[in-house]
Design a protein around this ligand. Structure first.
Ligand SMILES: Nc1ncnc2c1ncn2[C@@H]1O[C@H](COP(=O)(O)OP(=O)(O)OP(=O)(O)O)[C@@H](O)[C@H]1O
Ligand SMILES: [Mg+2]
Length: 238
């Protein structure tokens, strides 16, 4: 997965000094535990008084939520080409970055997103096999230099994910893909973590939700002094 666009990511994500609160994204295959861990992280931030904003992709804005419905459940979606799919995800993302994420970071909030541009690299690039260079370029255009400070990938095998998704739910278009598609997705996430080890942390998603929550919290407090100092203040008080 080595290509020119990748250098841009690394340059942007590694040269930025993070004095403000961080922008953190959660990634991984369906059912890996993203939403569970987003909720747990939010509860921790709330308990120590760190301001935060939670969002998700696709969606997070009125325009984005309409696109989400079209992408995931609309009957017209069955005929959607991979190129259209890519552009719809990016349209939702560009709106979300400008309307929600950037203003929240600038206003002094931590921002947490359940999926972000790595999902597009992995699903539309690696799994749907669109030209990765093009995907990365459109990603960069959509995010306008708003690169996550930390991306947590919850890594689990397809069988475990499948078992977790047995609960009644409305399957979206991606969940109707064959098992081989998931393997490509998982491999691509692992590769991303190998390529960008500073930004992307791979966490074993098969552990208990409590263990994963602790691991993520250690990572965040060790990486971001703004969160750590608030945590230390609260612990000292109690
Ligand atoms: N570490 C864990 N161990 C066991 N079960 C878990 C764990 N984390 C989450 N679950 C359960 O697995 C299911 C899927 O978790 P969750 O909804 O958080 O995944 P997700 O990555 O957000 O999925 P999706 O991509 O479909 O939104 C839920 O029923 C959740 O309670
Ligand atoms: Mg979820």
């Amino acid at each position: 997965m080595s290509h020119p666009g990748f250098d841009n990511y690394v340059a942007l994500s590694q040269t930025r000094q993070v004095a403000r609160l961080p922008f953190i994204t959660f990634e991984g295959t369906e059912g890996c535990g993203k939403s569970t861990q987003v909720q747990r992280l939010v509860a921790r931030l709330e308990s120590i008084g760190v301001p935060f904003l939670v969002t998700r992709e696709p969606g997070g804005t009125p325009i984005g939520e309409t696109i989400r419905e079209l992408l995931q459940f609309a009957p017209q979606g069955t005929g959607m080409t991979p190129e259209t799919e890519l552009l719809l995800f990016e349209a939702s993302r560009s709106q979300l970055v400008r309307e929600v994420i950037k203003p929240a970071l600038e206003a002094g909030s931590c921002v947490i997103s359940d999926r972000f541009f790595d999902s597009t690299t992995v699903y539309q690039g690696a799994a749907r096999k669109l030209d990765l260079k093009v995907v990365r370029q459109i990603n960069l255009f959509a995010v306008d230099q708003c690169i996550p400070d930390l991306t947590i990938v919850l890594d689990i095998d397809a069988k475990t994910a499948q078992a977790r998704m047995q609960k009644p739910r409305r399957p979206d278009r991606m969940e109707q893909e064959p098992a081989e598609f998931y393997e490509r997705v998982r491999d691509a996430y692992r590769q991303l973590a190998a390529e960008e080890p500073r930004r992307v942390s791979l966490i074993d998603g098969s552990k208990s939700a409590d263990q994963i929550e602790d691991e993520i919290w250690s990572l965040i407090t060790s990486r971001f002094p703004t969160v750590a100092s608030q945590f230390a203040r609260t612990t000292a008080r109690s």
